[in-house]
Design a protein around this ligand. Structure first.
Ligand SMILES: [Zn+2]
Length: 212
């Protein structure tokens, strides 16, 4: 994939690892570059983001699809709010395979698929609920997510099938924050499907300062 910006030579102002199956919320300033690296490969990461000063302004994958006129996003594409305000722009993408339509795994999803074998296991939605509780964001105010590295091919009849993430160890994607943001990410804990190669693993987050 083409690269619009090179951030790896600069010093990160935030640099942390999100453990397998866990989530993390963090704040960034407008213009910051957020680099997400799949450390071991085949790991889906769910991402949501809010305007840090107005939590009612949050990402909407569906509005993003509507504005962009496509469902497969990569370098140069923008994730917007319901009001089509740009919140994140993809500035670099090693993989080029991400999901915008399937949302986050949830307790209900775990109870109702794979013969209920996932019931009671951790989910991305629960990770978001836990990470955003201290910000006063209620579960019902958590938006649909952008699912980085998730591979959900759609065939010509509109059928969606689950496949393994295409990311390998060290695969990365970068976003530019278009506003001051509160971001939450979840390393998808799903271990009963191909998605994460039946082996949920960790991710690294680096935030580089604004170039504005
Ligand atoms: Zn998940």
């Amino acid at each position: 994939m083409k690269r619009m910006e090179q951030s790896t030579t600069r010093d990160a102002i935030q640099d942390f690892v999100i453990p397998a199956r866990q989530g993390r919320a963090f704040e960034v300033s407008a213009g910051s570059i957020i680099r997400l690296t799949d450390l071991e490969g085949q790991q889906c990461v769910d991402i949501i983001a809010f305007n840090r000063h107005n939590f009612e302004e949050r990402i909407s994958p569906f509005s993003s699809i509507s504005k962009a006129g496509k469902i497969y996003f990569t370098t140069g594409d923008q994730v917007v709010s319901d009001d089509l305000e740009a919140l994140l722009t993809i500035t670099s993408d090693d993989v080029g395979s991400h999901d915008m339509i399937c949302g986050s795994c949830s307790p209900g999803m775990n109870r109702n698929r794979n013969n209920g074998l996932g019931a009671g296991k951790r989910t991305c939605h629960v990770n978001f609920v836990e990470q955003l509780r201290d910000y006063g964001i209620a579960p019902e105010d958590i938006p649909y997510s952008l699912n980085v590295f998730m591979n959900y091919p759609i065939d010509t009849d509109g059928l969606v099938s689950s496949a393994s993430c295409k990311s390998g160890a060290g695969s990365a994607i970068e976003f530019r924050a278009e506003k001051d943001l509160l971001i939450a990410m979840s390393n998808c804990p799903q271990e009963l499907t191909l998605l994460n190669g039946f082996n949920p693993t960790s991710s690294r987050i680096q935030v580089f300062p604004s170039q504005l």
